[in-house]
Design a protein around this ligand. Structure first.
Ligand SMILES: Nc1ncnc2c1ncn2[C@@H]1O[C@H](COP(=O)(O)OP(=O)(O)OP(=O)(O)O)[C@@H](O)[C@H]1O
Length: 362
């Protein structure tokens, strides 16, 4: 195994309850050198608790944490945080206000002075802050302070970097640049990164792999593309974008919808209620030609007529909400750029069948 693919962080069967309420349930994850794993989930799902256990500031009821194969938590061991070779970066990172930028970055370094200075210089150059080495934190902007916090955490070359919503204090304009720069630095250093976030865009942008967490459990794990395009269930689909849900009952492996018959994946019994889920960007809109719409196609099925309820421009795209003629149900579609049909306008909708997810109701 090459050092780039070696597992640096291994978490097995982690469980943690507070006052008898389980918050982390049987969490198993691994992160390789140079890999970014995003732990993604709604507020309160147990992400930070997992991270705190890995950091060694909280202790699980069950399970183990290994860094480079060495047990640091579990099997009766409690290695203190500073002896784990784990770097930390949190949203409310605190730089030492009385130390210069260079001294902040060099704070956790050991070894000969010249070597330490060289490492500090190298890292400050890397994030374009070498000219600010003598400045104090209050003289820097929020984004600059964030970059200092990043290189301070990286300076001792931790084997694993733990990041908890590290960019949420930054304004949008700054955030993308700092995310990309952070990612580049972490990749260059070959650090294994466990990043906690509740923002799907952040996870999609940063992660090599996403672990989706809900109610203390990992409900899905995979490459961003797969988690987005092949969600494990309806909630997982809804976590990444608004969704449209068409509900139907299975009869002979088919279910009737306003968009024609849908073939339901094998093994679903007759009488089962299924949710057909489609993201608004995969709903196609076509014009009404005196009461007629486009012809059915194998890819898009039968078009359904709908009346515009509301349309809004939301930045890069327009969001149009509809009411279907057939059953009065609501659907929304997004269209790139500006498309703002008036309420009451009849239009035709088609749904990309290859982009639909079908989930039996639990
Ligand atoms: N020390 C504690 N004592 C009691 N309950 C706690 C403690 N720490 C966390 N919890 C509870 O455990 C649950 C999970 O918290 P955690 O901070 O891990 O969630 P999270 O997914 O990181 O959420 P957020 O994104 O809001 O930080 C929450 O309901 C929280 O109130």
């Amino acid at each position: 195994m090459s050092s780039q693919s070696a597992v640096r962080l291994q978490i097995d069967g982690l469980g943690r309850a507070f006052q008898g309420r389980p918050v982390v349930r049987d969490v198993t994850l691994s992160v390789a050198a140079g890999q970014v794993l995003c732990l993604l989930g709604p507020s309160g799902c147990g992400k930070s608790t997992t991270l705190r256990i890995v950091a060694g500031v909280d202790w699980p009821d069950t399970g183990t944490v290994r860094v480079d194969g060495r047990v640091v938590t579990g099997e009766g061991r409690r290695v203190p945080p500073e002896e784990r070779s784990v770097g930390l970066m949190f949203q409310d990172f605190a730089l030492f206000p009385h130390l210069s930028v260079a001294d902040n970055v060099g704070f956790g370094l050991r070894g000969p002075r010249a070597q330490r200075q060289a490492r500090v210089r190298e890292l400050l150059e890397r994030v374009h802050l070498d000219s600010h080495a003598a400045a104090f934190p209050h003289e820097l902007s929020g984004g600059e302070q964030q970059r200092v916090a990043l290189v301070r955490a990286i300076a001792p070359r931790p084997r694993v970097m733990l990041m908890d919503e590290p960019f949420s204090g930054l304004d949008n304009r700054l955030r993308d640049g700092i995310r990309d720069e952070t990612l580049a630095v972490l990749k260059e250093e070959g650090t294994a990164v466990l990043l906690v976030t509740h923002e799907p865009e952040e996870a999609l942008r940063m992660a090599d792999e996403i672990a989706l967490m809900r109610g203390g459990r990992i409900v899905q794990r995979g490459a961003p593309y797969n988690v987005y395009n092949n969600p494990a269930d309806r909630e997982a689909a809804a976590f990444f974008s608004d969704i449209n849900v068409i509900t139907g009952e299975v009869n002979g492996a088919l279910t009737e919808t306003p968009f024609g018959r849908f073939l339901v994946p094998g093994g679903v019994q007759d009488g089962t209620v299924v949710d057909i889920v489609i993201r608004p960007q995969h709903v196609r809109i076509d014009f009404d030609r005196e009461g007629r719409g486009p012809l059915p196609t194998p890819q898009d099925g039968t078009p359904a007529r709908a009346i515009v309820v509301r349309s809004r421009f939301i930045g890069k795209e327009s969001l149009v909400e509809f009411r279907l003629d057939q059953d009065g149900s609501r659907m929304s579609a997004t269209v790139p750029s500006v498309f703002l049909p008036k309420p009451g306008t009849p239009l035709w909708l088609m749904i990309r069948r290859d982009r639909c997810f079908v989930f039996p109701r639990k």
